[in-house]
Design a protein around this ligand. Structure first.
Ligand code: MN
Length: 349
């Protein structure tokens, strides 16, 4: 997951770049030709929409874990803009629908049909976030339901190919564990360190967060190290356990307020804290957890739109990333956001 693609889309030549990014990501993920074609079509459509309807924006492409139990790697495409938004999302998702003078072709409805999961969050005058996931095999298309309990997005400093941040989630019995790792510095060595942490998660998922971090400390010793936070939801006891080493931020939404969860100073793989207590908190049906690397401005504001919070975790993560950064506040590092929200269900757009 260390490889990421980011394409600013401000003129028509960039539509091709978005399509090529999707193709490269599919090759990286080992997807078959038919899935690659689907990803290219979705990328072309989303990038074209950015130009035609949003006055530009950006596309991000990340390899991600496939749905629970699935093998291989999926490709997640994101389209982010601050354009006028889509007034009627339901109409826009109808196959063949377009507001442009000239038909764009299949449109968003087609993206929804082709992708294994497609989510759209649009606010008039604030812009649109679209996420489309292409899995190794077709199926379960175009659902609005949040079929995965977690989602995330990662972009690299200066649109580099290697991202030093990585996130992953894993299920083990009634436990759902979300991890975000920020490799020291940036570039390939940071990406390697974060990648090792993510690769270890599946095997460590039955352990409590503090033990996962201890085991990662050993696994990351040959690397340059990483800041890592681990949040684990016990779905039966409805309790969240959290522990972190280094500067990966965590915020938990409880009722209508956000709580920052504190991490211990240190570097997983290099300087591990002697004492690492996990914090345990109650988890409500409307709870939502955000993990983020320090690429996000330290004073970012959590989303206040209750509609956003009911969306798919991939959408929430992408909207946080979009809204936290601006030309006035350029990012200084790789940036990633991961969201845990297993109880979300979005019956209507
Ligand atoms: Mn970093």
């Amino acid at each position: 997951m260390s490889r990421v693609w980011e394409v600013p889309v401000h003129d028509s030549t960039r539509v091709r770049d978005a399509r090529m990014a999707a193709r490269e990501a599919c090759a990286h993920a080992g997807l078959a030709a038919e899935r690659t074609a689907a990803a290219e079509l979705v990328a072309t459509e989303l990038a074209t929409n950015l130009l035609k309807h949003a006055g530009g924006g950006r596309m991000v492409v990340n390899p991600v874990a496939p749905p629970a139990g699935g093998a291989g790697t999926s490709v997640q495409l994101f389209s982010l803009d601050n354009g006028p938004g889509i007034a009627d999302v339901t109409a826009a998702l109808r196959d063949g629908y377009t507001t442009a003078d000239v038909s764009l072709g299949a449109g968003l409805g087609s993206c929804r049909r082709i992708a294994n999961a497609f989510h759209l969050y649009s606010v008039p005058s604030r812009g649109t976030v679209a996420t489309a996931r292409i899995d190794p095999v077709p199926g379960k298309r175009g659902t609005w339901a949040a079929e995965l309990p977690a989602g995330g997005i990662a972009v690299a400093l200066g649109q580099a190919e290697q991202c030093g941040d990585a996130w992953a989630w894993a299920r083990s019995g009634g436990l759902v564990t979300l991890l975000l790792a920020d490799g020291l510095g940036h570039g390939p060595k940071a990406a390697h360190a974060a990648g090792v942490a993510v690769a270890e998660l599946r095997a460590l998922a039955p352990l409590p967060p503090e033990d996962i971090l201890r085991r990662l400390n050993a696994a990351l010793r040959p690397t340059r190290g990483a800041a890592v936070s681990v949040a684990q939801l016990d779905t039966e006891r409805r309790e969240l356990a959290f522990a972190g080493v280094g500067n990966v931020g965590a915020r938990l939404r409880t009722e209508d307020s956000w709580t920052s969860l504190v991490t211990r100073p240190g570097i997983v793989g290099a300087y591990f804290p002697a004492h690492l207590p996990a914090r345990r908190l109650p988890w409500r049906p409307d709870s939502l957890l955000v993990l983020h690397s320090d690429g996000l401005p330290s004073r970012w504001t959590p989303p206040d739109d209750p509609r956003l919070l009911t969306h798919d975790p991939s959408v929430v993560a992408a909207a946080i990333l979009r809204d936290a950064g601006s030309p006035a506040r350029p990012v200084r590092d790789d940036t990633s956001v991961a969201v845990l929200a297993p109880d979300r269900r979005t019956p209507t757009p």
